[in-house]
Design a protein around this ligand. Structure first.
Ligand code: MG
Length: 258
């Protein structure tokens, strides 16, 4: 395991990219409405990313275990799709009542931030709204635990305890990760954990924290496209993610708007 710490100057650049990142996700979220295609969101994302000289990190990236590069800038995952849905190969039209996760990795001045949101398409049912709320609160709890002196396991423990107060389940086998110089760096940041276990958090670490919650069970399955991960039981799933720097003062969320 090699954890590559970031300097104050790196973190400043990541924060600058993170502000733009939040802006782009906000603009895309505002476009979500019944009848819009995932391809339209993908094309608008590329335009917004390139407009300010930044680059999409997912496009052309081949993660470990995959047999081909990811073909898009965004991962768009609808309803029972948890993560890594492909928006442009077989574009899908969003329907009233769907929930849709938009996950973006942005390269700004050579450094990478990672963030995801889940939004409702028009009016959504109470259960879906609660799923989004609990997932957001689980992310906030994980972020609050990301302070120097704590361990990676404290983040997962905080996320798990929030989820346990709800009827929902954490998606199994999917984890957060170090980020900044590459899309996926050490350490892994599991959403399930025990206090005091795993690497110690020290200033300069930059990690993506990303709880994924399913309405039903936590089991997952991979689609034939080799990327899209779904809930095994077909229930809905939500995903919220921020890139967070560990600083002397505590967690600094890099992918927040101004
Ligand atoms: Mg991530």
């Amino acid at each position: 395991m090699t954890i590559r710490l970031k300097t104050e100057s790196d973190i400043k650049t990541l924060r600058e990219g993170g502000e733009r990142h939040a802006e782009i996700l906000g603009l895309l979220a505002a476009m979500v409405e019944p009848g819009i295609s995932t391809l339209t969101l993908e094309e608008e994302a590329l335009r917004l990313i390139r407009e300010k000289g930044d680059k999409p990190a997912h496009l052309g990236y081949t993660p470990r275990g995959a047999d081909r590069p990811f073909p898009a800038a965004l991962c768009i995952s609808i309803n029972d799709e948890i993560v890594h849905g492909i928006p442009n190969e077989v574009p899908k039209v969003l329907n009233q009542g769907d929930i849709v996760s938009i996950d973006l990795s942005l390269i700004h001045k050579g450094l990478i931030t990672d963030s995801a949101i889940t939004v409702g398409v028009g009016a959504i049912d109470d259960e879906s709204r609660e799923l989004l709320n609990v997932t957001k609160r689980a992310l906030e709890a994980g972020i609050a635990a990301a302070k120097p002196g704590n361990h990676i396991g404290d983040i997962g423990a905080a996320i798990t305890s929030k989820v346990k107060e709800s009827p929902f389940s954490l998606a199994k086998d999917l984890v957060g990760h170090g980020v900044g110089f590459a899309i996926h760096e050490d350490p892994y940041v599991p959403n399930m954990g025990n206090k005091g276990q795993g690497e110690k958090l020290v200033p300069g670490m930059v990690i993506a924290i990303e709880p994924m919650l399913n309405v039903g069970k936590g089991d997952i399955k991979l689609d034939r496209d080799g990327y899209t991960i779904r809930t095994k039981d077909g229930s809905r799933s939500a995903h919220f993610e921020h890139t967070v720097a560990i600083t002397e003062e505590g967690p600094l969320v890099l992918t927040l708007g101004k």
